[in-house]
Write a protein that binds this ligand. Structure first.
Ligand SMILES: [Zn+2]
Length: 91
């Protein structure tokens, strides 16, 4: 735990804009530990981003279940993103 940015609360919370922008990468597990922790912290503290996160996660789970697939096709993500935008779940 020598990373000065990772767990220091004084570094300041991630903004809603940044948390939203990173939401899919977070759900995909594509973020590094530092950014992932930042999104997790922000979602835990911010009701509106928590709603976005929950909505995105629920939709992702539904899509994965209905697709009955081990991996999400690369073409699917833009469509899901568009759906989330249409529902106001994604900025
Ligand atoms: Zn927020």
């Amino acid at each position: 735990m020598t990373d000065v940015h990772a767990v220091d609360p004084s570094a300041g919370p991630m903004s809603c804009r940044e948390a939203t922008a990173r939401l899919w990468e977070y759900l995909d597990g594509e973020l590094n530990v530092e950014h992932s922790a930042g999104v997790r912290r922000h979602v835990a503290a911010c009701p509106s981003c928590a709603a976005r996160h929950d909505g995105a996660l629920a939709l992702l789970r539904t899509v994965l279940r209905t697709r009955h697939a081990d991996a999400v096709p690369p073409t699917l993500r833009p469509r899901v993103t568009a759906m989330l935008r249409a529902q106001g779940l994604l900025a």
